[in-house]
Design a protein around this ligand. Structure first.
Ligand code: URA
Ligand code: SF4
Length: 214
């Protein structure tokens, strides 16, 4: 199936955000406090995709603002990437109760938002934080599920993908929450983000983003 067929037709980004803010397409809407659509410049060249909002994100309606988010912001800054320059979102936009993994039907219900965000923002580089994000994004690009079975075997690798008219480099890494409990993962995530920074420098400022979408 061509994944872009699930794209949501909207006039602009705000309309997409409003759909997310009012969404009741899966059971997660019953327990969330705030939807977390994502944030960042709409012409960002780098897009970061996490798994699901946690408790702090659910309180604030913003992605990666809790402990894992603070670590992520620090690791980005260590390699010279400003958080304000990247677009950050998650596979599902509402917090699963008690931070359980999102269920397959919840991921499926939420997927049109992520697909539409990717098609609008047209990132040159997509950083997948954790296995769930890597699986969803690489499967969107046509990779079989078995190719994404373990994050340790694919982290730091660069996958050239085409999602609709978006050609992007996908680089999976560990989820920063995992690095809170296992500090050895911090330097690995940092190495992977350094690679992202180098790739981004090499790619230069070509490419579109929201400006050629509107
Ligand atoms: N973990 C995620 O995957 N996303 C967030 O926004 C916060 C924590
Ligand atoms: Fe809608 Fe996604 Fe929230 Fe489910 S997780 S209610 S599909 S925005």
């Amino acid at each position: 199936m061509d994944i872009t067929r699930v794209r949501i037709v909207v006039n602009d980004y705000n309309e997409l955000v409003n759909l997310m803010l009012n969404c009741t397409k899966c059971r997660l809407h019953e327990t969330r406090k705030h939807v977390v659509p994502g944030e960042g410049p709409l012409n960002a060249r780098i897009m970061l995709i996490g798994e699901a909002p946690g408790e702090t994100e659910d309180e604030e309606g913003r992605p990666f603002v809790g402990a894992a988010g603070q670590l992520l912001t620090k690791l980005l800054s260590n390699v010279g990437i400003r958080r304000e320059d990247v677009y950050i979102t998650n596979v599902v936009k509402c917090r699963p109760p008690n931070n359980r993994d999102p269920e397959p039907d919840e991921i499926e219900a939420c997927k049109p938002y992520l697909v539409t965000q990717i098609l609008m923002i047209k990132p040159q580089i997509i950083v997948c934080l954790g296995r769930h994000s890597a699986r969803e994004v690489l499967m969107m690009a046509g990779y079989p599920e078995r190719s994404v079975s373990s994050i340790s075997s694919i982290r730091g690798k660069v996958f050239n993908v085409k999602i609709g008219d978006v050609n992007a480099k996908v680089l999976p890494t560990y989820h920063p929450a995992a690095a809170l409990y296992n500090p050895r993962l911090r330097s690995i995530i940092e190495d992977d983000l350094r690679k992202v920074k180098e790739l981004s420098n090499n790619l230069g400022r070509s490419g579109g983003g929201i400006l050629d979408y509107i």
